[in-house]
Ligand binder design. Structure first.
Ligand SMILES: Cc1ncc(COP(=O)(O)O)c(C=O)c1O
Length: 371
């Protein structure tokens, strides 16, 4: 098969899965000893290892199950009032938008969407879109580091600077950021950064991180774990380290994913993936006469191309195309519908090769014609 959709759920190498299995075995061999004596230090050591990969300190980083959980922890810890507004972009991941809507519904606050629209001509378009909806009532900016549907890397530094001018805290949804982009979280300067380890770092499913900026006092105000347990009110990140009995092996195996990445060379892996995705995006655009979702300078290890001639596209249409490509050609690719546009999104990973994108380009026009 041609698996060109690393972006949705990642893929975990056998070596990392083996490390996870070893953790599980250690847990079951003597559960009391593992949970009570070994786990607390092992967890903190894995957190420190991961933090050092993103230029941070382990004491500022908590593990969470996934980006959705981390985003929920932060948004549901906010205290919003009826006249408050929270701002995000119209490329926002739908589950994050739903969390924002839930939090606002309970408090009477409003969600405002920055109209980035599609295609994106450059980073300024994104900054201007956010600037156009920030008001004195804005209490939070939620920014994707890499937007899911459009695959575009957002100008986070410029958006953080914009937020700073308005005195507004920033939550970065870095679901795709970790392992795809070089990260120095203290330099990025957001208030919180949430990221999946199970996507581009190739760690086991159920591993993600929440970083709270130690230089931004707002990051810890009333921040609570998504599930309250023994550690309630203990200083961050202790409250997050124990949210009830669970399988901690995915978190503990993050170090193996990091070790593998370091051995392969972080820069080399990213350069390889970016090259594949950018070249793949170009080939794809040519084959269907579509325009890219944005400039190549805003892409990294995923590229999305807008399918021409389809307005008001729904996700059901995207799902049909995805299913057709898999059933008839054994090609797995993401086909998100965003803002009424159908996009075909390809990922590049270390297991991909250029011929796979050619294969997709060869059959895509025919599949589109049959939708
Ligand atoms: C931008 C973005 N945010 C959040 C998520 C949710 O990630 P998870 O399902 O691991 O919580 C995704 C998943 O693809 C995403 O692309």
């Amino acid at each position: 098969m041609a698996f060109l959709n690393h972006g949705s759920f990642g893929a975990t190498p056998r070596r990392v899965l083996a490390a996870q299995d070893r953790c599980r075995l250690a847990m079951e061999r003597q559960p009391m000893r593992f949970m009570m004596e070994e786990l607390p230090a092992a967890l903190r050591s894995a957190a420190t290892d991961l933090a050092s990969f993103v230029g941070a300190g382990g004491e500022d980083l908590a593990f969470v199950e996934n980006t959705t959980t981390g985003v929920n922890a932060i948004l549901r810890s906010l205290r919003l009032g009826t006249s408050d507004e929270v701002v995000t972009g119209d490329h926002v991941y739908p589950a994050v938008l739903k969390t924002l809507e839930y939090v606002c519904r309970r408090s009477g606050a409003q969600v405002r969407l920055a109209p980035i629209s599609l295609p994106v001509m450059g980073p300024e378009q994104v900054v201007q879109a956010y600037a156009s909806v920030i008001t004195p009532a804005t209490r939070l900016l939620v920014i994707d580091h890499v937007a899911s549907g459009s695959a575009l890397v957002q100008p986070v530094r410029a958006l953080v600077a914009l937020a700073e001018r308005h005195g507004v805290p920033v939550l970065v949804d870095g679901a795709h950021g970790l392992g795809m982009l070089p990260l120095d979280l203290p330099k990025l300067g957001a208030t919180w950064y949430v990221a999946n380890c199970h996507k581009w770092l190739c760690a086991p499913k159920g591993s993600a991180m929440l970083w709270a900026n130690p230089d931004d006092a707002r990051s810890l105000v009333d921040l609570h774990a998504p599930v309250i347990s023994h550690g309630f009110d203990e200083p961050f990140p202790a409250e997050f380290d124990w949210t009830g009995t669970r399988d901690f092996s995915a978190w503990l195996a993050v170090s193996e994913a990091l070790a593998m990445r370091r051995e392969l060379g972080d820069e080399e892996v990213r350069a390889h993936n970016n090259r594949l995705a950018r070249d793949g995006g170009r080939i794809l655009a040519e084959s269907i006469g579509g325009v890219p979702a944005g400039p190549e300078s805003m892409t990294a290890s995923m590229s999305a191309v807008l399918v021409p001639g389809i307005e008001g596209a729904t996700q059901a249409l995207g799902d049909r195309l995805r299913a057709l490509l898999w059933a008839e050609h054994r090609i797995e690719v993401a086909v998100p519908a965003i803002l009424g546009r159908l996009t075909v999104r390809v990922s590049g990973q270390i297991y991909n090769e250029p011929a796979e994108y050619e294969r997709l380009a060869a059959v895509l026009p025919g599949c589109l014609a049959r939708l």
